[in-house]
Design a protein around this ligand. Structure first.
Ligand SMILES: NC(=O)c1ccc[n+]([C@@H]2O[C@H](COP(=O)([O-])OP(=O)(O)OC[C@H]3O[C@@H](n4cnc5c(N)ncnc54)[C@H](OP(=O)(O)O)[C@@H]3O)[C@@H](O)[C@H]2O)c1
Length: 262
């Protein structure tokens, strides 16, 4: 007899911002899922989300994704429960701005560990549990399109995410699984506060609402799009990065786009 397997969505970075919005919108758009597994460090914030969604079975994994031991915890849980992962959303992430020589080594390592290492590790752990029709949504950023002096480590981490998504999309295509890299410009979340970043007036002008970015990302992922870009300004950056000489654009971005340090 075929063994019953529950269908789940797994969302990292679910305690705030876009990760939280993903959980809310997945609960609304995918009512047939048996559970949504949510990962972040702040257990209380995850518990508040659980209270807000009484109709949805939420499984809380309060994990620090900068710590490698969190991967073993997730791996064990997956092996024990053997779910079918219909949607994987890697939204955990952080960034600090300022010139590289002004940044603490811990901050640089944390950025790479969460934005890149954890995203790839969580994806790798989930791969055996994805099925044809499953969707993988990875939070990259508009910073992935162009190096960004003053935000160099973060932009490089997101370029890494975008490159990873592009390759994975091709690897998983024959299995009927689509990978979508979400590349928004600035979004109104706790991200800036968490990283001690004060937004430049230009970026403030283009701040997007997280609900809209997430709605578009889910729609694009359902269509199997490789890249989801919300907002006119970041679409323009993407086109410019494809067409214009990178050196000149990087110099321009260092003058115009770089956020100020607090
Ligand atoms: N906001 C923007 O302008 C913007 C633009 C483009 C891309 N993005 C990307 O979008 C994603 C979501 O960011 P957001 O804007 O929603 O920011 P946010 O509100 O600050 O959310 C970041 C999430 O990541 C989690 N996180 C951070 N470090 C973690 C760790 N060590 N272990 C586990 N979870 C960790 C946080 O949870 P805990 O603190 O509870 O651990 C939080 O849930 C990030 O990858 C970010 O780089 C953001």
């Amino acid at each position: 007899m075929k063994k019953y397997r529950k269908q789940i969505a797994l969302v990292t970075g679910a305690s705030s911002g876009m990760g939280r919005c993903f959980v809310q919108q997945i609960a609304e758009q995918y009512p047939y899922l048996h559970e949504i597994w949510v990962i972040a460090r702040r257990r209380e914030a995850l518990e508040r989300l659980w209270e807000e969604l009484p109709e949805t079975e939420i499984q809380i994994l309060a994990l620090d994704l900068s710590d490698k031991s969190s991967f073993s915890v997730l791996s064990e849980r997956l092996k024990r429960e053997r779910p079918c992962v219909r949607l994987l959303v890697n939204a955990a992430g952080l960034g600090h701005n300022g010139p590289v020589d002004s940044q603490a080594l811990d901050g640089i390592c944390d950025t790479i560990d969460v934005n890149c290492r954890a995203l790839m590790a969580v994806t790798r752990l989930c791969l055996p549990y994805l099925k044809p029709g499953s969707r993988v949504i990875q939070l990259a950023s508009g910073s992935a399109f162009l190096p960004q002096p003053g935000f160099a480590v973060y932009a490089a981490s997101k370029a890494c995410v975008l490159s990873f998504c592009r390759s994975l999309q091709e690897e998983l295509r024959p299995k009927g699984i689509a990978v979508t890299a979400v590349c928004p410009g600035p979004v109104r979340t706790e991200f800036f506060q968490a990283g001690g970043i004060s937004l430049s007036p230009l970026k403030r002008l283009f701040l997007a609402e997280p609900e809209r970015v997430v709605r578009k990302a889910l729609a694009d992922a359902a269509k199997g799009k490789a890249v989801s870009v919300y907002g006119f300004s970041i679409k323009l950056v993407r086109i410019a990065a494809k067409l214009l000489p990178q050196g000149a654009l990087v110099r321009l971005s260092s003058r115009v786009l770089a956020a100020r340090h607090d």
